[in-house]
Each structure stands twice: as structure tokens, then as C-alpha cells.
Design a protein around this ligand. Structure first.
Ligand code: ATP
Length: 639
């Protein structure tokens, strides 16, 4: 990793200490990464680049990280790439002088606009050589493009893309296009980037060469753990990268902690199939059962300076969706509470009957620019965790303590703010009764959580086995619902003329950045659903499937969609399939997994397509199902 020189020659530009990083340096690394599937090699390539950046141009480290994960800012700021292909094709045509017709034909043929742009550029005679692109310039232009809105924004976007394109050399056009599209598809997962960042910081410390190989390895592993943990608590590279450059790994935890105003990644739960699974898992451990409310997760932040905000499960700022909650926040906390972060579920509430309403009612609320006087659906907030209080993070405290502090510092307001209902018993009959009660109260089931000890801490972003979810349907053997992305549709016939009659769905593989086809779906829709879905999806039709759709031979819907919507789906079971590609390579080398008898439940507005059920989760569900079949055949198993 250690280069002695203070300059580097890339394919097309030289890079001296103190100068901005050439875009070519990043693209060369992307190219090497794309050529391999070996995780360690991918990590090594990126670490090499980052070490050089730290040495020659440390002020560019943050932007190099952002471009490597293809993001422009922290998620909660909501600025995203994902430029439509027609705009990109227009920019390629105008910057290369090629006919649109030819570009469209190439795209249909090659299926990758990055490659189309690169080929179009390389066939073009160049009169003069524009200045080489640099990382700060590319990043700033991408940010400008994503920020443009309004009437003339399309033309302005095309103009800016054209300016970048004419300066591209070698493979740069390929990666630039893919960045603009929103998917790099080089097999570089964000968690690898986090590990590479940690390792590069360690390898850049002055005394590092003196360490034995063994101690160096231990340091690298520890550093990766530290940065991963800090990132899930404070998902903001804008704060983490400068802190790492200034104080290294050792000071990171002290510098970067959970901070009100910055949403942390929520802790997630593991599904269970039977009540007996809970007892198996939590034998000899104190646990608590809570109602699993069926609404929308809401992370409520209150800052010392008096500001407050509400974030979704996805770290999206929902303060404008819930002006009614924002208005009442001060009523819920006691006087001894100056700052806090609460983990809650916001649920639709029937004022007259004083009871919880089903999720469907909540989903009728507008998401943006809600005026308090127009609100028809009242919401009751059910806090189930307290993560931060009066300047102190509580993440390392056990749930019992966090709950105690929650009760101590907040009070219930009927119909507006109520502590999640809980029950502590290890008797299966009591748990069953509590589950029945929760369902009778319009809840989805139970959340079962460890109360004390090291396993009872709050684990941001983790799907933890210390939190189990028991949904009412599990017990009937149906299994957890699955959240899938709609990527295509079949034109409706007969009764379904005029709307789409069925849809093609996909799960997401975050490591490879591809959507993998999983099943066709045609049931579970009401007539109204079919009309609404047709209306909302027809604006997202694209001419060709995205190059990041992994499809089987027979996956040929009548229309393709850009990945925009996530649907909650239930199914009878999962099976191996030669036609679909979900989780291919995990359970079976060539066959994917498909859903049998899939049924539409609802749209999941609170999940982005990249938050859809992952290939790994699909593989886990398939394997669990096999395990349960064996258990059942042996006389054990499901209640
Ligand atoms: P995933 O499927 O990725 O786990 P999800 O949002 O679909 O995500 P669910 O299966 O619905 O997760 O279960 C967890 C969700 O349940 C939480 O994200 C939260 O919104 C909700 N919830 C309701 N009541 C509670 C509770 N008492 N404790 C924790 N979460 C709760």
C-alpha cells in the first residue's frame, strides 16, 4: 500500500500532492473492481486508492467516499441521483453528434447506457483535448444536477451532463453515466466502502509499518468494527470522514455519537414462526412482549435548541407530514426533558371510538405539505424506546433502563401519545393471550425483546435476534410478508381491460446492486387497487428493462417500469425456480427462488426500492422453510 512518491500517473492525468484527485483515478479503481468478484481484492483496490487520496489530497476523501457509494449527501437530506434514461440519451446524442435513433438502438442492443456513452465518445474525433475531470468538479456538478428543479431544469440538466461528457476520457463516460442513472453496478457494496475507509485510515498512520502482520490485521479488523458501529449511530460521512482524518480511529467514538437531528438507522427484528420459538430463543433470559402496532415507524428528535423533527424508517424527514405531532411534542415530555430521541410507531386513531385504526387508514394521509387544519386522520404516537435523553446516548443501556427513563420523562396523553403496551411473562399461555389481545386491538402481533444484560442494548441498523416479531399470520404458517419492487406489468384482458392485469416483481441484491425477478402476481388486488396502481405506475414505464434487472428467460412482461414502488406481498411458500433469479447463487448456483401463490397486500410508501427485501433475506426464508418442514416431519414445529 505504501507508495513513496508524492505524485501518481493515472491513465489520462497526473496527480500531484495538494492537487484535486483526477476523476480518472477513481474510474480506474472502479474498472478494476468491476472486473473481479473477489471481495478481498475489491477491498484492496479501494483501500489503495483511499490511502493515496489521504496522502496526496485528503480534502477530497469525503467526495471520493460519496462517489464510491454513489450518493451526494446523507440520506436524510434527500438529494438523490437517478436521472431518467431519455435525458441521458439526449445528452449523449447532443454531446457526440450521434443520432438519437442510433443511440436508442445501441441501448436496446447493449443494455447499458454507460457503455453506450463510452463507445459513442471513443468513436468521435476530438479536435482539442478538454481539461481532465477532477473529483471535486464531477461531484459538484452531480450535486447541481440533482438539485435542479422547475420548468427549465431538464434542459439545464442535459447541458451540464453534456459538459461533463465532452471532458470524459477512456472509461470515465461509462461510470459517469452509471452514477447519473443512480446505479454504479461494479459490485461495490457500501459496507465494503466503510471497511475500506477504516483500513485506509489505519494504514495511513505514521507508525504502522512497525507493527507485526498479526497486530496490523487485528488493528484493521477493530477499525472496521468501530467505523461500522459509529456509522449506524451517526449515518453522516460529512462528520465521520473529517473526524477520522483529524483524530484517527481511536478518537472516532468520542467525536461521533448519536446526535439529535441526525436520524440513526433503526434496529430491526427477526421473524419467528411460532410462539415456541420465542421460548427456545430466550430460555433463561428475561424478555418482554409489546404490542406490534401497525402504522409507520417514527423516530422523533428533540434538540437542546428547541428544534424537533420526525424521521421515517428510511431516515426521510417526515416533519412536514406530521405537523400535528410536531405541534404537540412539548405536551408529551416532562419539564426535566431537554433533548431526546424516541423510537415510536405512529398509528391512525379513531377519536370517537377511542381505538386504533388499521394501517390502510393511515396510508390515506398525505405525505407532503400537510396543513394541520386539513388533517382528517388523527394519529396516536406509541413510543416503544428511548435512545437519547438530555445530552446522553442511551444505546448501550439495557432496554429495562431505557423503558424506565421513558416512563419517567414522558407522560401519556389519551389518543395522542401512549407507551407501547407491554407484558412480562414466560408462560406460553400468557403470551398467546397477549397476542390475541393485540390482534383484537388492531395490532399486527407482538414484538418480543430481551430486557437485561449485554444483549438488551439498542443495535442500530441491525436485524437482531434480540428483538423477535410475531405476526398474527405466522401462526397460520403463512410466513412473514415480503417487500418487493414492481419492475414490469402485463396488459389486462377481459375484466381487467384498461388496467394492468398482473405484475412482475423483484427483490434487491445490495451487494451487486441488481433487482432480481422473483414472481408474477395477479391476486390480492381489489378493482380499486388495480385502477390506482395502473394510474400510478403508467408514468414510470421505460422502453427497455434496466441493465440492473436480473431476469430469467421467461420474464417478459408487456411493459417495463423504473424501480420506484415497493409492495408488501404474502405468499404460500418459496420454491426453487429455473425461471426467476431471486437469490441466485446463494441457495443454488443457477436457479433462483420464486414465490408460490403471491398475494398483494399494500404499497409500502415508507420503503425505497433499495430497502426492499434482500436476496439474502429471501434465501434465509427459503432455508428456514426447509428447516421447518424437517422439524414438522419429525413431530416438532409449528403451533
Ligand atoms: P422489516 O420487514 O425489514 O423488518 P418492516 O418495517 O417491514 O421491516 P416489520 O416486519 O413490520 O418490519 O416489523 C418491525 C416494525 O414494527 C418496526 O419497524 C416498527 O415500525 C413496527 N413496530 C410496531 N410496534 C413496535 C414495537 N413495540 N417495537 C418495535 N417495533 C414496532
Amino acid at each position: 500500500f505504501f507508495s513513496k512518491s508524492s505524485s501518481v500517473q493515472t491513465e489520462s492525468a497526473s496527480w500531484k500532492a495538494g492537487e484535486p484527485v483526477p476523476y480518472a483515478a477513481l474510474c480506474q479503481t472502479f474498472e478494476k473492481i468491476e472486473e473481479t468478484t473477489k471481495r478481498l481484492l475489491i477491498l484492496e483496490y479501494l483501500v489503495k486508492l483511499l490511502v493515496t487520496v489521504i496522502k496526496l489530497s485528503p480534502e477530497s476523501l469525503l467526495t471520493v467516499i460519496y462517489l464510491s457509494i454513489n450518493k451526494l449527501c446523507p440520506e436524510y437530506e434527500g438529494l438523490e441521483l437517478g436521472i431518467g434514461e431519455s435525458l441521458l440519451m439526449k445528452a449523449i446524442a447532443e454531446s457526440t453528434g450521434r443520432e438519437m435513433k442510433k443511440i436508442k438502438a445501441d441501448y436496446a442492443d447493449i443494455g447499458d447506457l454507460g457503455v453506450v456513452a463510452m463507445n459513442s465518445r471513443s468513436n468521435q474525433p476530438t479536435m482539442f483535448r478538454p481539461k481532465a475531470l477532477t473529483i471535486p468538479h464531477v461531484f459538484k456538478t452531480l450535486k447541481d444536477i440533482a438539485s435542479l428543479s422547475g420548468n427549465s431544469s431538464q434542459k439545464q440538466k442535459v447541458d451540464k451532463i453534456k459538459l461533463l461528457l465532452v471532458s470524459c476520457r477512456n472509461k470515465e463516460a461509462k461510470y459517469l453515466m452509471r452514477s447519473l442513472e443512480g446505479k454504479l453496478r461494479i459490485g461495490l457494496a457500501e459496507r465494503t466502502v466503510v471497511v475500506a475507509l477504516a483500513q485506509a485510515i489505519v494504514l495511513s498512520t505514521p507508525d504502522i509499518k512497525k507493527l507485526s502482520q498479526e497486530r496490523l490485521q487485528a488493528r484493521l479488523e477493530k477499525a472496521a468494527e468501530v467505523v461500522k458501529a459509529v456509522y449506524s449511530e451517526l449515518p453522516c460521512y460529512d462528520l465521520i470522514v473529517p473526524a477520522l482524518l483529524k483524530g484517527g480511529i481511536d478518537n472516532l467514538k468520542a467525536e461521533c455519537k448519536l446526535t439529535p437531528g441526525i436520524p440513526l438507522k433503526p434496529m430491526l427484528a427477526h421473524p419467528t414462526k411460532a410462539l415456541t420459538d420465542i421460548l427456545d430463543r430466550f430460555e433463561n433470559t428475561a424478555f418482554t412482549c409489546e404490542y406490534k402496532y401497525d402504522g409507520e415507524r417514527a423516530q422523533i428528535h428533540k434538540l437542546e435548541d428547541g428544534r424537533s423533527m420526525i424521521y421515517s424508517r428510511n431516515s426521510e424527514n417526515m416533519s412536514a407530514k406530521y405537523p400535528d405531532i410536531m405541534e404537540k411534542l412539548s405536551k408529551f415530555s416532562k419539564d426535566n426533558t431537554t433533548s431526546f430521541v424516541l423510537d415510536c410507531e405512529a398509528v391512525a386513531w379513531d377519536r370517537e371510538q377511542q381505538c386504533i385504526l388499521p394501517f390502510q387508514v393511515l396510508s390515506t394521509r398525505k405525505r407532503k405539505d400537510v396543513k394541520e387544519e386539513d388533517i382528517k386522520v388523527q394519529v396516536c404516537v406509541f413510543p416503544f424506546d428511548l435512545l437519547y435523553l438530555n445530552g446522553r446516548s442511551l444505546l448501550q443501556e439495557p432496554l429495562e433502563k431505557r423503558r424506565e427513563l421513558l416512563y419517567e420523562h414522558f407522560h401519556e396523553v389519551p389518543g395522542e401519545f401512549a407507551f407501547a403496551k407491554s407484558m412480562n411473562s414466560t408462560q406460553i399461555e400468557d403470551i398467546q393471550t397477549f397476542l390475541d389481545q393485540s390482534v383484537a386491538n388492531n395490532c399486527e402481533g407482538l414484538m418480543v425483546k430481551i430486557m437485561n444484560g449485554d444483549e438488551a442494548t439498542y443495535e442500530p441498523s441491525k436485524r437482531s435476534r434480540n428483538w423477535l416479531k410475531v405476526k398474527k399470520d405466522y401462526l397460520a404458517g403463512v410466513g412473514d410478508s415480503i417487500d418487493l419492487v414492481v419492475i414490469g406489468a402485463y396488459i389486462g384482458k377481459g375484466k381487467r381491460t384498461g388496467v394492468y392485469g398482473g405484475y412482475l416483481l423483484a427483490c434487491y441484491d445490495p451487494d451487486r446492486e441488481v433487482y432480481q425477478s422473483i414472481c408474477k402476481i395477479g391476486t390480492g388486488f381489489s378493482e380499486q387497487d388495480l385502477e390506482d396502481l395502473h394510474k400510478s405506475m403508467k408514468d414510470h414505464v421505460i422502453a427497455e428493462p434496466k441493465s440492473y434487472y436480473l431476469l430469467g428467460e421467461g420474464n417478459k412482461p408487456d411493459v417495463w417500469f423504473a424501480p420506484v414502488q415497493v409492495w408488501e406481498i404474502k405468499c404460500a411458500d418459496l420454491s426453487l425456480s429455473p425461471v426467476y433469479k431471486a437469490a441466485v447463487g446463494i441457495v443454488d448456483a443457477s436457479r433462483g427462488i420464486s414465490l408460490r401463490f403471491p398475494r398483494f397486500i399494500r404499497i409500502r410508501d415508507d420503503k425505497t426500492p433499495e430497502n426492499a427485501t434482500s436476496s439474502e433475506q429471501i434465501a434465509d426464508m427459503y432455508n428456514d422453510q426447509k428447516l421447518n418442514t424437517v422439524k414438522n416431519n419429525n413431530g416438532g414445529g409449528i403451533d
